[in-house]
Design a binder for this molecule. Structure first.
Ligand SMILES: Nc1nc2c(ncn2[C@@H]2O[C@H](COP(=O)(O)OP(=O)(O)OP(=O)(O)O)[C@@H](O)[C@H]2O)c(=O)[nH]1
Ligand SMILES: [Mg+2]
Length: 445
């Protein structure tokens, strides 16, 4: 699932990597690829149109970021829009103030209602709850037995009785209440297609049990049909969310990417296998990351954004362009880098970083010693390193617990860097130039 869309999006966005200013044509080219990727993933055309338009207007209207290059900025926008498309936030499950919390399961035949009921019961148990399962599918002779077997395997009791499904559901909730069970999951009968009979039965069960959550179970393999089913159910039953099953199959992801946009209802849980533990809450942000297949680049972008405070970076950039960059600025940049976490982690996330950059245990130690050296300098020395003569070097080395050669090397690297930055600083590269200069400096030991 998601492999093909993830491959395509990844390739499209990778082309932007490291680019300077992006033209409208660059953005449109990438948007063309994104459109194709989404359509191939079986996302409906209306959804594709909407999301591509949103990405375009944000990418073209975006103010330059001090922390991200334009390519990264587009990746971030695409990521944000994918997260929104997938529902934004993880659905937070709440509990009825007067237990039990009733959860009603609905859906077409074979979508995975019964299996998901048991998985959900296990999930509630893992949350420290005391769930009970109610078998209200009296249509299929073996349905209750199937639920009993599943219930046993997850260690959750199952209630059912012959007769009327609505009565059974009501009695099940009553039983749970009397036993002090705080969550009741009601499994219902499926139908081959949506028909009035099915809808009426589920509505009656809903009226009889006042569920806190009504989850529609849909099979991801059915693609856009799943989305249409969700829309139809929601119109008649007011669902609280969707449980998307069979994500382990070769579904292309269209259902997952369209449910929220089309129905306005979130995907609450995702099932990824027949086993009872193949079930988890649906996290739009993680899923978007998986779809983009860019792993930790996204984490890196987030960290960079959080860390590089706009003002600081801009100020440094301005000084840099005027050639007023000092060791204090340098120190500040080092501290910003440090805030991003251990450098080995940060650098390891760069997809194209050479091995020696990734192998950054050295760099961590080096940043620490650079920091110590700069801190041992007087303000005058930091502003004008030219004044650092032999005796000053000795004092600084002593003060920072390093060797005179270390001080020499740092001053030399800083001077070189300042020269280089002055050359680059003519343009409007600002913080980006600074970033590159630092990136070039760091592994250089
Ligand atoms: N691979 C895979 N199979 C699943 C998943 N969820 C359910 N199944 C399988 O799908 C089939 C149907 O699941 P059920 O839970 O019986 O579906 P149902 O909606 O209760 O079906 P009816 O009660 O007949 O309407 C079973 O063989 C399950 O093992 C999943 O996430 N992945
Ligand atoms: Mg069933």
């Amino acid at each position: 699932m998601f492999e093909s869309i993830s491959g395509r999006l990844g390739t499209a966005l990778a082309r932007l990597r490291g680019r300077g200013r992006l033209s409208e044509a660059d953005v449109d080219e990438v948007l063309g690829d994104i459109r194709t990727a989404l359509l191939e993933a079986d996302v409906s055309t209306e959804v594709v149109r909407a999301v591509v338009a949103r990405i375009r207007s944000r990418a073209i209207g975006a103010a330059p970021s001090p922390a991200l290059d334009p390519g990264q900025q587009v990746v971030k926008i695409v990521r944000d829009e994918l997260v929104a498309l997938l529902g934004g936030e993880t659905l937070a499950i709440r509990y009825a103030s007067k237990p039990p919390t009733v959860v009603l399961m609905a859906g077409l035949q074979g979508s995975g209602k019964t299996t998901s009921s048991a998985k959900l019961a296990a999930w509630f148990r893992a949350q420290g709850r005391n769930p009970m399962l109610v078998g209200a599918d009296l249509q299929r002779p073996a349905a209750v037995e199937q639920l009993q077997v599943l219930g046993e395997s997850v260690g959750v009791p199952v209630f059912s009785q012959p007769g009327d499904p609505v009565e059974t559901a009501r009695a099940g909730v009553e039983r749970a209440r009397s036993l002090g069970r705080d969550v009741v999951i009601v499994d219902t009968a499926g139908r081959l297609a949506i028909d009035e009979e099915l809808m009426r039965q589920v509505r009656d069960i809903s009226a009889a049990t006042s569920p806190m959550y009504t989850f529609l179970v849909v099979d991801a393999m059915t693609g856009q049909d799943a989305v249409q089913v969700a829309r139809a159910f929601d119109e008649s039953l007011a669902i609280s969310g969707v449980i998307l099953t069979k994500l382990d199959g070769d579904a292309r992801g269209g259902a997952a990417l369209s449910v929220k946009e089309v129905t306005g209802k979130p995907i609450a849980f995702a099932a990824t296998g027949e086993k009872v533990d193949a079930f988890e809450q649906f996290h739009p942000d993680r899923m978007a990351g998986r779809i983009l297949g860019m792993g930790d680049v996204l984490t890196l972008i987030e960290q960079a954004e959080r860390t590089f405070e706009r003002g600081q970076a801009e100020e440094a950039a301005a000084r840099l362009m005027e050639g007023r960059f000092t060791l204090d600025d340098f120190l500040e940049q080092l501290q910003q880098l440090k805030k991003m976490g251990p450098l080995s982690g940060v650098l390891g996330m760069l997809p194209n970083a050479p091995k020696e950059v990734k192998d950054a245990a050295v760099s961590d130690a080096m940043v620490a010693s650079a920091e110590a050296i700069i801190r041992s300098m007087t303000p005058a020395e930091r502003a004008a390193p030219e004044i650092i003569d032999a005796s000053r070097r000795q004092r600084i080395a002593r003060g920072s617990g390093t060797q005179v050669q270390d001080v020499n090397r740092l001053v030399k690297q800083f001077t070189e860097m300042r020269k280089m930055m002055k050359r680059m600083g003519g343009g409007k590269k600002g913080a980006r130039g600074l970033d590159q200069a630092l990136g070039g400096w760091m592994p250089g030991r």
